[in-house]
Design a binder for this molecule. Sequence first.
Ligand SMILES: *Cc1c(COP(=O)(O)O)cnc(C)c1O
Length: 234
Amino acid sequence: MSEASIKENLKEIKHRIKIACEKSSRNPEEITLIAVSKTKPNEAIIEACTAGQLHYGENRMQELQDKMERIELPGIQWHMIGTIQSNKIKYIAERVHWIHSVSKAKYLNEIEKRASSANRTINVLIQVNISGEDQKSGCEISDLPKILGHAKQLEYVQIKGLMGMATFTDDPEDVRHEFALLRTTLEDHKHFNGNNIELKELSMGMSGDFEVAIEEGATMVRVGSAIFGSRNYG
Ligand SMILES: *Cc1c(COP(=O)(O)O)cnc(C)c1O
């Protein structure tokens, strides 16, 4: 993809975010656009940065580590959005700003340990299974009190909200209720707020369904192919 088209795509996505916000009486400034750059070369990220895009999401820890080490631009923020491997947290802890995909207390312990060594806090979202599909990652809603109760004892882990992946579908209207479920789940657990827990962010919505996610309360949308073009894998 040429520089112009990444830039154009970003402009188009931001416009669509604005329309979705107007439709649902929300302020577009409440929405963080995370450009999901997995499988894409560093040059694509640098092009997007040049167009003013600061948030990037990666779903493989090794790839995230490589990109964070090679691309150091002022203001850039890195989001880990894929499957967590406990033994690799130490490699990303010095640079990652957000980890969206935490579904177990044991990962929180490892993030705490590594963030503490790096003497920096890391923002964490708990991934919840909202699709009801067995193979989808994320904890069950009923696991949340235990995970949040555990997180309360930590210091370097800053819990900021919830993340969810909707069922893959051609018609985003089919998954509106899944986004709504994540939103009510966030509301239902706000009594955990205090100290290092601030349930506020809702990371939901991808290229095919981010507008519906915004209408249902998303504060972070993770958009890959609509910005960088389609992928062969990942
Ligand atoms: C790949 C990925 C996305 C972005 O998907 P697109 O359909 O390309 O926008 C969002 N979230 C997660 C967790 C992903 O792995």
